[in-house]
Design a protein around this ligand. Sequence first.
Ligand SMILES: Cc1cc2nc3c(=O)[nH]c(=O)nc-3n(C[C@H](O)[C@H](O)[C@H](O)COP(=O)(O)O)c2cc1C
Length: 244
Amino acid sequence: MMRYDEAGRYSGAAASDPADVGDGRRDQGRPGTAPPVFDRDFQAGLLDLFRWRRDVRRFLADPLPPECLERLVEIACLAPSVGLSQPWRFVGVETPEARSAIRAIFEECNADALLDQDEERAASYARLKLEGLKEAPCQFALFCDDATSRGHGLGRRTMPETASYSSVLALHTLWLAARAEGLGLGWLSILDPARVVRALGVPADWTFIGYFCLGRPAEADEVPALERAGWERRIDPAAVLIRR
Ligand SMILES: Cc1cc2nc3c(=O)[nH]c(=O)nc-3n(C[C@H](O)[C@H](O)[C@H](O)COP(=O)(O)O)c2cc1C
């Protein structure tokens, strides 16, 4: 386990930490040790992780170990953040009441979204599975505390939205870490942010980033589910690199 003091400073690992290799030595990847070498095998594995990450909406019902979310959040906290503001706030959604409140918000928002679809897309939209709210054993919401004084405003004066960007980076870090451990994550944004804030009883000035379902995936695929369903295709990466 990583340890932090009250001021948020890294204070080393607990004695029982598996990273302890005995006789006071630590394995790689800890402050104060030589940086690891990311060799070609690692790079190839990392590329596989990016390719096979997937947004997951079909989960097995197996429960996850109770400390799973806590550990993934620790990893998420390694993400970059503007001014080191670390504005991400993860809210585990565990009670049946809280989960059914989220499901009710989704049902309403999704019905509205269906009404917004063009006639020729509506039937296809209605067939999409856009969440795993009933099955996912672990669920959490992510918010951004825009008012945090951490980081003393560095980088945020002209671009306050960088606090939200930082929170998304933490989520993406968690997403990849989860996939590396054989877990799947699904992002749900078909929700009314103000209603989610009220349903979960978090401060009204936190920005809702998204709602997430986590669990063992029921399927694995190299192709996004929306592409498999014929909804949208991935673009040619050459088209997104513009030079001036
Ligand atoms: C900001 C954000 C919001 C998303 N919201 C939803 C959602 O509400 N429902 C859903 O099924 N997928 C949602 N997704 C997942 C995307 O549809 C998915 O990432 C995309 O189709 C590419 O698939 P992949 O993640 O498997 O590569 C969201 C993804 C992002 C990044």
